[in-house]
Design a protein around this ligand. Sequence first.
Ligand code: FEO
Ligand code: CA
Ligand code: CA
Ligand code: CA
Length: 620
Amino acid sequence: APVKGGPLATRAFRPVPPNTRDAVVVPPGFGHNVVIRWGDPVLPGAPAFDPANLTVDAVKKQFGYNNDYVGVTKLTSTTALMLVNHEYDDSELMYPAGRYSAEEIASLGIYTHGMSVVTIKKGKTPGSWYMVKPSATATPKNRRINADTTFLVTGPAAGSDHLKTTADTSGSRVKGTFNNCAGGLTPWGTHLSGEENFNQYFGAPGGAMPANPTVAGAELANAYSRYGIGVNASDPRKWHLVDSRFDLAAEPNEPHRFGWVVEVDPMNPKSTPRKHSMLGRFKHEGANVTIAKNGKAVVYMGDDERFDYIYKFVSKGKFDPKGVIGGSASARKANMKLLETGTLYVGKFSGDGLGDGRSDGDVEWIRLCTDTQSFVEGWSVEEVLVFTRQAADLVGPTKMDRPEDVEVNPVNKRVYVALTNNTNRVAGTEDEANPITEAGTRTSPAAPLTPKTGNRNGYVMEITPTDGDHTKATASWNLFLICGDPESPETYFAGFDKTKVSRISCPDNLAFDSVGNLWISTDGALSPMGMNDGLFRVPVKGENRGQVQTFATMPKGAECCGPFIYDGDRSVFFAPQHPGEISGASFDAPASTWPHTNDYPRPSVVVAYREEGSLGRDTH
Ligand code: FEO
Ligand code: CA
Ligand code: CA
Ligand code: CA
């Protein structure tokens, strides 16, 4: 059985003070090291990294850019496999000015996206991990998933006419995955990953959008626009210069093949990764599985857009506990089918605001479809799953404030949601997306706060399923954190003494340690708070519930991604994404040079751990 309550979960630490250093800073008594950097070798034969002399062939073998999701699975007592997403590129920061043509930047950019599976090994200091130098014998499971990788579409929308293209008349085999943001490790040892802002890769350079598709017997006027897909959406990248599938006029269905949750088996580098249509198509932040009391797999998912929704999927089949890494291969294979059939829901949140001192209320999960039946009038199952946002619009869910990671606490089984911020939820206005109901309450749970503050610093919501049953269609919610500077009156730290908490802004990715503490990484703290983003630990139970403490701060311009707590709470992996991404910065005039191995920034994965012999002490 895994060790419970290791040092990251139970040791007290002195919170890292807010700062704007170009560094990763962890508390006294803790150490950290870089595991792998942009450009490091993933596959044998990768050339030495040189951003001024890149080729597509080199990029296909090297670690990609801008790491978001990080997940680790065990190989042996001293080695593990780490899967990391490469969310997006930023050519201004990546290459010397004028070095590459627009076509070259497009080609390099396409292949720097995707994912890497990397073999890592324990270092001398307990909790530390390092990449293993790639070779056929030492790293046989290493993999670089990119635009050449074929993904199989599963579930009811596989083979849909809306997914067919010139290159794929089957409508079920898609090259590549792009803009993969957060994700989750399944109980059966695969990784789920959300295709998020996929709209930015498609455009219509000729100036005319394609005709809208027919859905539910009529033209779906917002088929593209509801996802932010438009004539100029791909302007900064112009991938259509090197591949016509990114030109909407040439391939009007290509964007419908993105915006899915993908599943990757890290244990088999030859396995075909899948895109699960049953989980719907939207700007998927991530996806996390929990197993309900009756054995069904339940997936919670956020659609990260201002005023978009939170979704839930409940599988038809049941999880077989034998089907895990190292267990029964056939049972594991069966578990890998769980996300292909079941029921998709969208969340409706009602509440009574903060009038009684607690922002809270009820959740109703509204059915959108099963794999065989649609609950959206006039729409087929396939239509609901390909145009999920528009289908959901018809059933009255609640417009949320950019739902990012949604994850179930393995200890208390409550769902935690990062609602990162919503700059369009304007203070003091009755914005159209947030109307007052007849009963005088707002339709959004965040709404009771908006007249005073808007929502610049974000919230963390706690959802408790009815009877503790994640398959039920009802639940209750409350705001666990209202983020910001604790000196500001509107902030709320689950009732904890606000003079004893850390400032926090823009919660994004979430994780839990083995005792159920919530770990929060942030994205966007810099401008409103005058500090870099960070990684925070907060207990959710007992007398310290709500005591947010900064565990790590990021380099300049970086958001904190990951995090992933591993090996009995000995190691926390996190990814400082886009260091130096500050307005006006460039490769030649960088705002960050982290991790300080070169004179330009390199997005990297870091692991932090307690150093033995330190003065850290138990909190419990
Ligand atoms: Fe890629 Fe929602 O952040
Ligand atoms: Ca209330
Ligand atoms: Ca995110
Ligand atoms: Ca974010």
